[in-house]
Design a protein around this ligand. Structure first.
Ligand code: HEC
Ligand code: HEC
Ligand code: HEC
Ligand code: HEC
Length: 226
């Protein structure tokens, strides 16, 4: 079993930056040069998007992302549980979370796309759903709407709370938490992470694809009224 070599994946960006051809800032708010840029991996033909999307012959069963091209996880996960959880939780990961776990489960090959079987699996801390275990992770696939915020006073009303996502660059946008973070009124991996955009310089590992910085726990305080 092969494990992904991040240094190799990030080589082109790091090399260009080292050569001073581009500044780190040039990466902000883009997938280029991030952990999701597989163009230097050797298995994507030098492309970026094709590992997850394809212009033709897409998997039409996937509606949470357009023109999906990656193998889907077939694992059965143990979901988060706690005596104080008020939100309704789907029995298994749904929406974008299922797509993320189709690599981040450590069991579906990263290079399993476009019909390829794939041989490279994720290991280490990035494999958040490894061993089919989501019990030690922030709950996902839970409904978070105005009604939940009246039941749980420790949460802001997502339909009346605004959030700014981005680093001030051209992708920065401000809107309601419900619009920018909660697809179908649910907390998913994509509530906190933007799969395409690192708003900090990749490799610094400061805010891994986070929509809002973790500095001062700003990301948590976006939803939690603590
Ligand atoms: C590692 C997997 C991955 C890669 C690589 C990737 N995407 Fe995506 N994409 C997703 C997922 C997951 C979603 C749905 C969740 C979301 O929008 O956050 C998505 C959603 C989208 C959407 C619809 C939502 C939106 O943001 O408008 C578009 C368009 C898109 N991707 C285009 C691209 C393009 C173009 C590239 C290459 C430059 C690319 N993606 C690379 C995983 C990926
Ligand atoms: C095609 C496979 C694939 C898909 C689909 C995918 N990822 Fe990743 N992701 C990776 C790989 C490979 C890495 C680097 C792993 C490592 O650090 O060892 C990574 C790294 C990350 C990181 C850490 C970034 C860093 O700089 O340390 C985050 C956060 C992340 N992914 C979130 C997501 C989310 C959220 C989704 C779904 C919206 C998603 N990923 C979908 C393959 C994928
Ligand atoms: C409630 C917000 C939230 C949700 C939901 C969430 N994450 Fe994260 N995730 C974070 C934060 C914050 C960090 C940074 C942790 C740190 O650096 O201390 C992080 C870190 C990560 C990392 C880097 C971990 C590492 O040690 O390399 C990966 C990969 C990741 N998340 C993937 C996912 C996936 C996949 C999902 C869905 C199953 C998900 N996240 C759901 C907030 C979230
Ligand atoms: C997009 C909104 C959102 C963000 C961002 C977010 N959370 Fe949550 N979180 C929720 C919701 C909704 C619940 C479910 C609360 C409930 O039903 O009791 C929850 C649940 C939790 C729980 C478990 C509560 C319980 O009773 O079991 C903890 C702990 C928690 N979040 C901590 C965090 C931390 C720490 C961060 C930042 C890293 C964070 N959350 C970011 C929305 C969010």
């Amino acid at each position: 079993m092969k494990y992904i070599n991040q240094k190799l994946l990030r080589a082109p960006g790091a090399l260009l930056a080292a050569l001073g051809l581009i500044s780190g800032q040039a990466f902000a708010g883009t997938i280029v040069g991030t952990a999701h840029d597989f163009s230097a991996s050797g298995f994507s033909g030098g492309e970026i998007c094709v590992v997850c999307h394809t212009p033709h012959h897409a998997d039409t069963t996937v509606t949470e992302a357009p023109l999906w091209n990656h193998e889907l996880t077939t694992q059965t996960f143990a979901m988060y549980t706690s005596p104080t959880l008020d939100a309704a939780q789907d029995a298994q990961p749904t929406g974008a979370s299922k797509l993320c776990l189709s690599c981040h489960d450590g069991a579906t090959a990263i290079d399993a796309f476009g019909g390829n079987v794939g041989t490279i699996f994720m290991g280490g801390p990035a494999a958040v759903g490894a061993n089919d275990d989501l019990t030690d992770d922030h709950p996902i696939s839970i409904t978070y709407d105005a009604a939940l915020a009246t039941v749980d006073q420790g949460l802001h009303d997502p339909t009346a709370t605004t959030v700014t996502i981005g680093d001030g660059g051209d992708k920065t946008r401000t809107g309601l938490v419900s619009d920018l973070m909660l697809p179908s009124d649910k907390v998913q991996c994509s509530s906190c992470h933007d799969v395409h955009n690192n708003f900090v310089v990749p490799g610094t590992n400061g805010d891994p694809f986070l929509k809002v910085t973790k500095a001062g726990s700003a990301i948590c305080l976006t939803c939690h009224n603590k």
